[in-house]
Write a protein that binds this ligand. Structure first.
Ligand SMILES: Nc1nc2c(ncn2[C@@H]2O[C@H](COP(=O)(O)OP(=O)(O)OP(=O)(O)O)[C@@H](O)[C@H]2O)c(=O)[nH]1
Ligand SMILES: [Mg+2]
Length: 395
């Protein structure tokens, strides 16, 4: 029986479409967040595997003295820090409550709050009421917060307009630029942190989901770790077009700063999102999402990072572009530090809207193991963990 020509054409088109779809599914980049096909030799998101505590000796609250007022406690030289505005008090309280419930009520590390204006009495009263540990309230020195005199404010305004037209969030908000610069190169210089070594950064509106029953600061110290993260993410290339070229200039002038065991392949990956690498001029834009950080301030106070930050600061990109502390910290760690000194805290369940780090563990509740994002499905492609796991590892 003869088949009409339009039907034949339609059938051929359907077969071609089917072949195309099968091909696309087979070759699709396997983002962890989509739960798609295997990547880098792994068959699934590691967060879906049962997650326990890190191996080796851990300091526990029932074996050592972690009483809040003890003068001879087992606490090491560390504090929980938070840059926060008075207006964010109601959003900070649940973050504090989560971290106290899951971890700090056992260890009683001090909280140190920072602000560019004085904290209100209400802020002090309500935050101290959330913890048995000591709270401290600190003003950021003007010289750490103000726009440096080298910055041309007319040029800032013009650049901010252009970035805003490109849809870059917060581009024209000067306080956002100041905040990013402070978190990049100032926080560890604050006099209140002078005698501290390790910090855990906390922001308003974040959540913690898992009981952590060991002293994470002692963990960092015992294993000689520099930095710990939970989420690994892509950045908006429009915010950092000249960050990588500027970094390359710095590196060319200081070749000895490059660690023998660096993370260059992760920093320069062009497979997962080639367009990001292209638009950021050679940088993958992958970074440790720095609203969560557990780190050793000695790294930031050291010669390499200090010289790097000063170089970036003079280049002006904290204002003429919108360089964030996350890519700046991440690039520095990726270049100057040994990759084995960076730790993925896979066991710390964490959320900063819209992304999660949610392990599969009986110690966790109120998050879905392996779920990476909440909201529109396009967020899945912001996950940089496949590249990190491939080039650096899952440690
Ligand atoms: N004191 C003070 N804190 C600030 C200022 N700007 C930002 N922060 C704090 O810096 C941290 C990061 O700021 P956010 O506005 O959350 O920036 P973000 O995480 O990139 O943006 P979101 O995705 O909107 O949360 C938060 O802890 C804020 O409370 C400021 O001008 N003054
Ligand atoms: Mg935030």
């Amino acid at each position: 029986m003869a088949v009409a020509r339009p039907i034949r054409m339609l059938s051929v088109a359907c077969v071609v479409l089917l072949i195309f779809l099968v091909f696309q599914m087979r070759r699709s980049p396997s983002y962890v967040g989509t739960g798609a096909s295997p990547y880098n030799g792994m068959t699934a998101d590691p967060l879906k595997d049962p997650t326990g505590e890190p191996e080796g000796h851990l300091w526990r609250a029932d074996e050592h003295d972690y009483a809040p007022d003890s003068t001879d406690s087992a606490r090491t030289n560390a504090a929980i820090i938070s840059l926060v505005r008075n207006e964010e008090l109601n959003e900070l309280i649940p973050s504090m409550r989560d971290l106290e419930r899951t971890w700090n009520h056992k260890f009683n590390y001090p909280w140190i709050f920072f602000n560019d204006v004085p904290f209100t009495e209400e802020f002090k009263k309500r935050t101290q009421a959330e913890t048995k540990a000591k709270c401290q309230y600190e003003l950021v020195p003007k010289e750490h917060w103000d726009v440096p005199s080298s910055i041309d404010m007319n040029l800032f305004k013009e650049s901010a307009e252009l970035l805003k037209e490109k849809g870059l969030q917060y581009a024209d908000k000067i306080s956002y630029h100041k905040m990013c610069r402070w978190n990049s190169g100032m926080f560890y210089k604050h006099p209140a942190l002078k005698d501290y070594r390790y910090y855990w950064r906390v922001e308003p509106k974040v959540q913690f989901f898992c009981d952590v029953d060991y002293d994470v600061f002692r963990f960092m110290e015992d294993r000689n770790m520099t930095y710990g993260f939970t989420i690994n993410l892509f950045d908006a290339p429009e915010s950092i077009p000249s960050l990588w070229p500027t970094t390359q200039e710095f590196l060319a002038a200081n070749p000895s700063y490059l660690s023998d065991n660096n993370m260059m392949e992760w920093l320069t990956d062009d497979q997962l999102r080639p367009d990001h690498n292209r638009d950021a001029h050679g940088y993958s834009t992958c970074h440790f999402w720095s609203n969560f950080e557990i780190g050793d301030m000695e790294f930031f106070r050291g010669d390499k990072y200090s010289a790097y930050f000063d170089y970036l600061d003079h280049a002006g990109g904290f204002f003429y572009e919108r360089w964030g502390d996350a890519p700046v910290h991440s690039i520095a760690l990726g270049l100057f530090e040994d990759k084995n000194k960076v730790h993925w805290f896979r066991d710390i369940g964490y959320r900063h809207i819209p992304y999660f780090n949610c392990p599969n563990s009986p110690k966790c509740s109120a998050c879905t193991p392996g779920k990476f994002y909440d909201g529109a499905s396009f967020l899945a492609k912001e996950d940089c963990r496949p590249s990190y796991f491939k080039h650096v590892g899952t440690h």
